[in-house]
Each structure stands twice: as C-alpha cells, then as structure tokens.
Design a protein around this ligand. Structure first.
Ligand code: AMP
Length: 394
C-alpha cells in the first residue's frame, strides 16, 4: 500500500485534523485512571506544533450510541491533555455546524483543540458521507493516529478521507504498521507466535492465517483444551468448544503438512472451581480429572514454551496463558511474559489482556513493541485489511 506518513507532509501553517483514540478508562468520579492513550499521541501532536501547524483532535469515548451521554464527554480528556502538553487545549463541544467551523478557523499555529465525543453523533458509526465531509472541512490535512479503532470503518476514519485534501498516518499508526510488517511479513526467523485467551472461536481465523507465516505456534489459555480434546485427551470441566474440535484437528493437520510446529501444554494447573481459593493440582495434560478444570499452564509447559521462545528471533504474543486475573492461575502468563522479555528476539505484544499482563509484570520496557489495538491487532493477525488504514491509501 502507498500510505503517506505524517513526516512526509509539509504542515506549516496548516490545520491538521488528527483522529486519535482517547477512549481512556475512568472511574465513577470521571477521573482518568490511565492516560497511556493520551501520551501515546504526543509525538504526533508535538511534530505538528513544531512544524507550525494547528492541531484539531477527533476522538470517541465509550459507546454512547449516537446520543449525548454526559459521563462520556471528552472534557476531562481536554484537561488532562492540557496538563501533559503544557498548553491550554480548547474544547469544541459541537464538532458539526458553523460554530465548529468558526472555532476551528480562529485557531492559531501552535493551538490545540479537541472536539467533543464524535460518537455522540449517530452519523459517525454509520460512516455517513456528509458527516465525513463536514468534519474534513474543519482542517486542511487529515492524519489518522488511532490504531485501536482502525478496524472500524467510521466517518472520522473512513468517509473523512474521501474529502480531506491530504491523508496520512501519524507516528503511532506508523509504528503499528511498521512493527507488524517486521514481525509477520519480513520476520527474522525463527518466528514464534504465542496465542492464548479464552476461546478458539474468537481466534480461529488468526490461528489459520498465521499458521502459514510462523515457524512454531505455542497455544495456551482456555483455547488449548479444544486442541487437547482434538488429540483425544479428556479435558474434564475445562473450557471446551465442542463445535470447533474438527477445526482444531484441521489446524493440527495443516501444521503437520506445512512442517510448522504446534506446541500444546504438556501439564496443566487444574482446579475444582473457577475460583482463586479452590483446590488445585498440577496434572499431565492428558490426565485432567473429570471434576476439575484447567486454568493455567503447568511448570513443565512454561519451561518448554520459554525454551522455544529463547531461541526465537521474532515473537508475537496475543492472549493470556490462563485465567491470570486470579493470582492462583497467573504464573503461566507472567512467566511467559518474563521469557519473552528475556529472549533477545524482536517481540510484539497485542490484545487487551496480554498487554495488561505485561504492564502488571513491570516488563513493558523490555518488549520491542506493545500494540495499542485489541480488536484491530487481532484483525491484522487474521490477515484482514483494516478500513482505517486502507482509507489512507489514496
Ligand atoms: P481473550 O479475550 O480471548 O484473549 O481471553 C482472555 C480471557 O481468557 C481472560 O479473561 C482469561 O481469564 C481467560 N482465560 C485464559 N485461560 C483460561 C482458562 N484456562 N480457563 C478459563 N478462562 C481462561
């Protein structure tokens, strides 16, 4: 694809509309509890300001479903953005209409403005043509820096690009594209994928797609039990998707034909209940008792997985190895995080829970790249083209 990046544009004196993802978590008092998504956009914002441009930011927050929902206002985000940039961020509370045009027109180079939650308008999620056009008229140049929403084709990342005079990716989106390319398309080999999480059903397309790119696939988490069942093991009360046993068999068969190693758990932390305080036992993967469920990978599996990871040149990780939210079942996930951090490989982690785990483990700065996208990252793994990226290719 022939996508332009922000550093290829002349931005001097221009009004730069930037689609960001400020869908930040906040508590009941509307205090932002994690501003990573805000600080992640600072390189793009600073680049525009240094180039003598005006910055106008577009974002959504939560799922207001096309209606004004006061507690989903982006006002608190404007306040936090003012703190982290050291500049008073102007807030445009009605992004569509003459008021917004006038407000945008009055901005001077070096100013930053944030539009109110774009999902207060039903046209946004409908990818409404006229709405995208109106948004585009607030600026001269359009930059998309919102990877986490790139798998949605909405007015502020799709329709808008048909009317903006110039379209480009910001630094955050550029990093996502470049690192993903490095990992899956031009990897230094061996390339190892570590895939976990609850269900096979949500990751089956990703598994099928990456199977043809990786040298080995390590499968943990709840989804491993459907694969173990496909091998003929009994899995007790563990998570199992009966209807996907055949698909799991097919994946195992395809891997064999391709000479790709699929490595499944050899031992399991089994528990009598989905409860941190329930009785647990480490059992071989083919001997899970009928009245127990597997909630984490066992010590021998951790050792095997980490031994493969230590020889990798590239590692992609998505999905936890167990029900890691409960300390009794978190060791597998955290030890694999440690293994990836210790490996001299290029490492890429994506998906909400694996990113949470890596942040909790304090190892984030030892990972080459942590993706800001959950659903978007998974869709890239599935081999899909993301509307928010494709639309920049003009
Ligand atoms: P996903 O969103 O598909 O990546 O799944 C993440 C969720 O999978 C987390 O909330 C984990 O608690 C859950 N999970 C991982 N392993 C297991 C397991 N063995 N049994 C039940 N849930 C699991």
């Amino acid at each position: 694809m022939a996508i332009k990046y922000i550093d290829q544009l002349d931005l001097k004196g221009k009004k730069v509309l930037i689609r960001v993802d400020y869908n930040v978590p906040y508590d009941k008092e509307m205090n932002i509890t994690d501003d990573t998504r805000i600080t992640a956009t600072l390189p793009t914002i600073r680049h525009c300001l240094d180039a003598g441009a005006v910055v106008i930011l577009i974002s959504h927050l939560g799922r207001p479903k096309g209606k004004v929902v006061d507690k989903m206002s982006l006002k608190p985000v404007a306040v936090r953005l003012s703190e982290v940039t050291g500049k008073t961020v102007k807030f445009i509370d009605s992004p569509i209409g003459d008021g917004a045009k006038e407000a945008a027109a009055s901005l001077q180079p070096g100013d930053i403005a944030l539009l109110e939650n774009i999902r207060f308008y039903p046209e946004e999620e409908k990818n409404d043509e006229a709405f995208g056009k109106k948004l585009s008229e607030l600026g001269d140049v359009y930059i998309n820096d919102a990877f986490a929403t790139a798998h949605r084709g909405h007015a502020s990342n799709e329709a808008i690009t048909r009317y903006a005079k110039e379209n480009a990716a910001g630094f955050l989106l550029k990093n996502e594209i470049e690192y993903f390319k490095k990992a899956l398309f031009e990897p230094e080999r061996p390339l190892i994928a570590v895939i976990g999480g609850a269900k096979v059903s949500t990751k089956i397309d990703a598994l099928q797609n990456i199977l043809y790119r990786v040298d080995a696939l390590l499968i943990g988490g709840g989804m491993a039990f459907t694969f173990l069942k496909a091998k003929g093991y009994s899995v007790g009360n563990s998570l199992l998707e009966e209807d996907l046993i055949d698909s799991a068999k097919e994946i195992l068969g395809n891997a064999k034909d391709k000479g790709v190693q699929i490595i499944l758990p050899v031992d399991i932390v089994a528990s009598t209940a989905f409860d941190n305080d329930a009785e647990t036992r480490i059992v071989p993967a083919d001997q899970i008792p009928d009245n127990m469920m597997g909630l984490d990978i066992g010590p021998e599996t951790i050792q095997q997985f980490n031994s493969v990871i230590s020889t990798a040149k590239t590692v992609v990780w998505n999905g936890p190895m167990g029900a890691f939210e409960m300390p009794a079942f978190s060791k597998g996930t955290f030890d694999i995080a440690q293994g990836i951090a210790d490996s001299p490989c290029l490492s890429i982690i994506g998906g909400g829970d694996s990113v949470t785990a890596i942040n909790q483990s304090g190892l984030a700065d030892r990972i080459t790249y942590i993706s800001t996208g959950g659903g978007a990252f998974l869709e890239l793994l599935e081999g899909k083209k993301l509307p928010g990226i494709v639309s920049l290719d003009k």
